[in-house]
Structures are given as structure tokens and as C-alpha cells.
Design a protein around this ligand. Sequence first.
Ligand code: ZN
Length: 462
Amino acid sequence: MTHTSVTDTSAASAPCDLLVIAAGVVTVDGNNTIHRPGAIAVSGEKIVAVGAPDDLMRTYSPQKRIDRPACWIFPGLINTHNHLWQTMLKGLGDDMGLIDWIRTLLVPTMPLIDDEAAYLGSALGALESARSGCTTMLDFMHHFPRLSLYDETIRAWDEIGGSLVMGRSVRDNVQTTTAGYAADLTLDQQLAHVEALLERHGRDRVWVAPGTVWGMSVDGLKQVRAFADRLGALITIHMNEVPFDSEESVRRFGMRSVPLLASIGFLNEDVLHAHGVWNDDEDIRLLAKHRCAVSYNPVSNMYLGSGIPPILKMRDAGVRLSLATDGAASNNSQDMIEALKLGALLQKVAHKDSTAMSAPEILRMATVGGSDALQRPDVGHLAPDMRADFFLFDPRTARSTPLHDPISTLVYAGGEQNVVTTVAAGRVVLEDGVITGVNEADLLAQAQDAAARLAEKVRALA
Ligand SMILES: [Zn+2]
């Protein structure tokens, strides 16, 4: 009952590139419209119509047609915090708290990352994203003096498909992470590199990303703010992931991290904070006042034992929220469908209240919330003129059957195994379970070899 075919184009009028017919389309639009059955027509990178299959079949003559009458179409998920290179460290950081994990895993490994490791880490992340229905990713790429790593990360992602937004990390107040390099770059040089990337790839794809407040000087933070204002660049920063963040800020600057940023005019709606686990009431008030966004990383927060972010308090105060996986070295996967489930459950258990967060709310956070956090109004829900970013979810597995409500099934009973086809900007990047842009088996074998060699070097340093 599943087939892909080229249709007879003689009967219909308007040409389009792709027509997908499904059991339903969950649009996550402003009215939570679900078309049952549903169809999407795509031309180029954009959706041209969403609606009833009969209507779209009458109206459009597609170059390619995908008939999946048992599958549900969802908007591509938006992952707003990741570190793709860390995919190569997956499984090496188990059972450590954040600061130990940074000191014993991250810091010694960073000088060992070469072009191949950056490429393969990004490629692995892109493969898993396509397979978990994620079509837009904000990658917080740490500061590496080896500038080719940034290009390799973008190249690998683009080969597989989807939209990669790179937050190019900068810092001027910690020396540890580049201790293994012969020479580091000044903040001016780092920002010049961000500017070069911005010129090459555009504002939608390149952000400036101070690592943490305590990894920066106050002058450096002001310089980043001025840089963002001058170029219209967006900003992302780690914030209050663990108590150390604000404790260190108090020690160095006499203020917690969020109030410090507020006091120097850094906070604005162009700033996306990763984590916010230890945001206190005053932090939340300031984030809401300045219309900041926060990414919720439930799996990473659990994995590192960082804590439970006050998501409901932030939501109720008006902080803009999105969902993320964080890097694979503090998650061990980049499965946004897993983040949907655990993100909802973690809030239910935190509040001992089964209504604390519903399946539709967490799905909205991972789609519309991501669009808002990334200031990308062209993605996040399914409607004409939106980017054609969506995935087909086949519920015919023991885990996911029976289906009554597609959103409930996706969030609580779904997984990567249900994602059969993913379309990103009109390009079919996963088709009937097969990655189209690269040879996946070869890539996995290369990544396993390279990661094993890397782990050997890390062990030798211990
Ligand atoms: Zn992070």
C-alpha cells in the first residue's frame, strides 16, 4: 500500500514538484488544524497547499507523488541547542556532573578534533536529525582556533539536508578549553570569523554565541552586544545550567549571570539562553521583561543530573520557550521525539501534576516555539508559503499501535523508528527509511572508526 510514483500530469492544472498524500496532516497552526486525511503540495522549497487529498489531487499535477495513506505528516521539529562535534564523544561522558564532564571529557578532547572528526560528528547529527523528523538545528559550535572545523560542520550537514544554524562560540575569559593549542585567537579575531561566516552564509544561518557569562569578561560581553547590534546577528549563550554558573558570576562580577547581562543592556529578544535550569524568580522576571528565549534540554539536564528547569514558571511569566537535545555527549542521542516525551514527563513529575505539560504543548514548543526562538517565521507549522519542512510518521509498529490521537502517539508512543520520510526545504532527505544524500552505512562505519581512534587518544591523555 506504500508506493512513490510519478503521476499522469494531463488532468490537473497547476504544476508542483511534490504531492504527499497521508492519513492526516497535523499542521500545528494557530488553530491546531488537523486535516484527516491530508495532503501537502510543494513547489521548490515551499509549501503551496495543505488540505484534503481530493482537493489537492484535483488542483495539482506533481512531478513526484508520495502516497502514504497510513502515515501522519507533522511539521519538521526544531532543535534549538546542540553541539554536533560532540557526537563523536557519545558514550564517553556517562555518570559525570557538568563541571567534571567539561574538565575531564570536553577540555582534553577539543584540541584532538580535526576536520574529519568535525565532519563526521556533524554528519552523524544530521543523519539522526533526518531520522527523528528534525529539519532545523541550532548548533552551538564551541570556540576552536582551527577554523576549518566550522566549514566541515556546515558541509556535512548540507550534504545530508535540513537547515543548520550555527552559533559560532566566542569567549575571552577562560583559557582551559584551548590549552592544547599552540595559539589562541583574540576576541576580535573570533568575532571577525563570525562576521566572515555571516557574510558567507547569512543571518539565518550564523549567530554569535558567547559560551557562558563566566567565560567572558564584561567588556567582552559588551563587545558581543555591539557586534550583534551592528550586524543584526542573533545571540545564544549557556545560562544557569548548574548552580556554578551564577555562583561564578557572583564571584567574578558580583552579580548573578542574568542580572549582570540585564545591567549591561545585553538582554533582548535576539538572545536565546540554553538551559536556564537554575534561573531564580528574579532571573525569570528579567528574561520575560526583555523578551528573551530559553531552550529546554530535558534529556541533557537529566543525563548530567543538572536539575529540572522551571519551565512552567518561565512559560507563565512570558519567557519564550523552545525544545532541544543538547550535544550527544550529554544526551547520547539527538532524538527530538525522545525529547518530546521526556520534556513533558519531566514537568509532570516535577510538579506532581499530570496536567503540567500536555503532548500538544510540548509539540508546539518543538515547532512553533523553535521558529520563534530562532526568529525563523518560515518554519514551525504547515501552511502555504512556509518552508516545506515536514516528516511522515508511520504508526504501524507494536509500540505505536493503536493510534487514536496522532499527537499523543507521536509524543508518548513514537520514536525514530516511526519516521519513514523527511522533507527539508522541499528536498526529500529521508525516503522510505533511506537517507538520500549520502551512503549512510559507509558514513556510520567511518564515524565508528574515527570515534574509536579519538577515544583511544583521550584515554592516553588520562
Ligand atoms: Zn550546550
